[in-house]
Design a protein around this ligand. Sequence first.
Ligand code: ADP
Ligand code: MG
Length: 729
Amino acid sequence: MAQLRFSALKDVLDRVPVNPNRPSADISTMFASDVFDLPKMEKYLPREAYNAVGRAMFEGTTISRQIADQVATGLKAWAIERGVTHYTHWFHPLTDSTAEKHDAFIEHGEHGRLLESFSGNLLVQQEPDASSFPSGGIRNTFEARGYTAWDVSSPAFIIGSTLCIPTVFVSYTGEALDYKTPLLKALSALDRAAVDVCHYFDKDVKKVIATLGVEQEYFLIDEALFYARPDMVLADRTLMGHQSAKDQQLADHYFGSIPERVMCFMKDFEYEAYRLGIPVKTRHNEVAPNQFECAPLYEEANLAVDHNQLLMDVMKRVARRHKFRVLFHEKPFAGINGSGKHCNWSLATDTGVNLLSPGKNPKSNLQFLTFLVNVLKTVNDHNELLRASVINETNSYRLGGHEAPPAIISVFLGTYLTGMLESIARKVTDRKMSPALKTELKLGIGKIPEILLDNTDRNRTSPFAFTGNRFEFRAVGSSANCSAPMIVLNSALASQLVRFREEVDALIKKGRKKDEAIFAILKNYILETERIRFEGDGYSAEWQEEAVARGLSGQVSVPESLKGYLLTQSKEVLISTGVFSDKELMSRVEVEYEKFVKKVQIEARVLGDLAINHIVPVAVRYMTLLLDNVRGLKEVFGGIEYERLAGTRKELIVNTSDHITMIKKLVNEMIEERKKANIIDSLFERALAYERNVKPYLSEIRYHIDKLEQTVDNEMWPLPKYRELLFTR
Ligand code: ADP
Ligand code: MG
């Protein structure tokens, strides 16, 4: 690095990796030390309260005010012993992050003194002034009241000197204003519906939970360089930047040895995660330079979502300690891989069975196939709803891009399972099954486990892939709160399972044997879901064409895709399961349109500013330098010799000038388009205008800037380049 254009770069070179000296050997002893989990409850709560909380966590029973008081007292005692001074209700508003408002544990005591206090009332419910959170028109500012209420199923934890209590966030009139409320409802609908279906196979099942393991991809950027890029600071991504000559072509970063400075960061955040009870397990380099991934052990879905949100928060904080910035944006750099948040999802019973894992005998395998095929049916019937749950402004740059699943939601099953389903579809008929056929089917499905083990062929290009004992929903974006897809997936499956049970019961009533009835309905589903099953290369152009022929939409428009929430069949599912009211659903979509508009607006403003006050002045200066040079040539050489020498310089001047002219023209046009869009009343129409008329300018303007970056004197260029951002570590 002989040439240092930036004091920023010099800062980086002066950096010494922070060696956190974290103990990493005894994870199990420090695990959850900052969490008020069951062992701590046992120690700090009276027996009665401990049992009541246990029942509330596992059976969903409610907690009386008197028990809440006991819990609050125990919780306060534990927290204060650990130096905690404040508490907060911690919730997931419809923004991209979590929210908290801290209150000290104090009240007036006698003689003007203060005393530490925390009651059941404060634990159970709070009323943050919440007028500034997005609500999609549910809450008017003049009646800004919303309240937060304790989610007993996710334990309280300590961050610094603050006790955090996971809560739901609802308006005073009862509408959900957060992600957690509908998620809890979806999970409970799924529980009821899945238990009913399990009873065909095992009467002992009392509870079914969704399990979730979230792989989190992210980029790390040196803080000094980050601050030198206003686009990253304000819009979370680079809005300009010519590709680095080398980036990920050699695939030499993926699974490579983790750079020391990065390793220090990872150990440090993992240490904090363990203390918060987040079971982070896997760490590795991802495909793009400076891109990494971490994944925890899977947990119950609501807890896993809380933990993922918390983990992102911890990572952001710890990164700053290491002079890094962690980028969760789905596409911070054009031309290289973006980041996802792969949601590994399955269903587990209280009897210890993974319902999406092949079992040991024909009976458990029929149960496995039942759930597997019902998931297929769900993805088939609610294809557009699923896309709506993952699409947003930031993820739109990733879906269908470099190494990211396309916007077409298809399922990958692997050759073996596909063959198995096809054979069931072929063999099962409407007639009564012969004993020979029954034996054949049973033998066939009895063999699943051993064969599946050899058939873990992975298809990395599929947005929704079966991976042996779970599905992996890969279309979810890295910055997302994965509640949104989890709400949709679990409630749609819940509704599907109810339907399945009704259809099978109807056949049983008509005199069919249970297994036969199940096979018959599964056969119908197998045939119906053919269109969403795809084993080929999801990145290929042929698939785009074929998907259209199959009637699958590859809609990439964000506002159009979001309408997937409002389709008749989507509403049926989300409203009939009690997950949303009509009003709540509508408000959620409005919030999404609004977020989309605001994000494009911010990007457009930032790009406009940078183009005009960073790029154009530098390009003009460079052009002046060239002009001086040409003038000098004329003075010194003159005549034919001058013509020969000045030719290429003149060309460069014209090119530079053309790019400058275009940038100015396009920025002005973009501003005009924004003005037109801003006065459109309908949020949907405004979002469409932003997408169609404003967003295209981002890449057009960028094109000219990136061209200038290639020719303007490197020493003058005002922004760190891709090669610096991506290779400083
Ligand atoms: P990959 O090979 O897909 O990159 P990783 O090891 O990075 O796999 O992540 C796999 C994730 O899947 C982990 O979070 C893991 O806990 C999770 N997982 C495994 N089994 C289940 C399951 N039954 N339900 C939900 N998640 C699961
Ligand atoms: Mg992984």
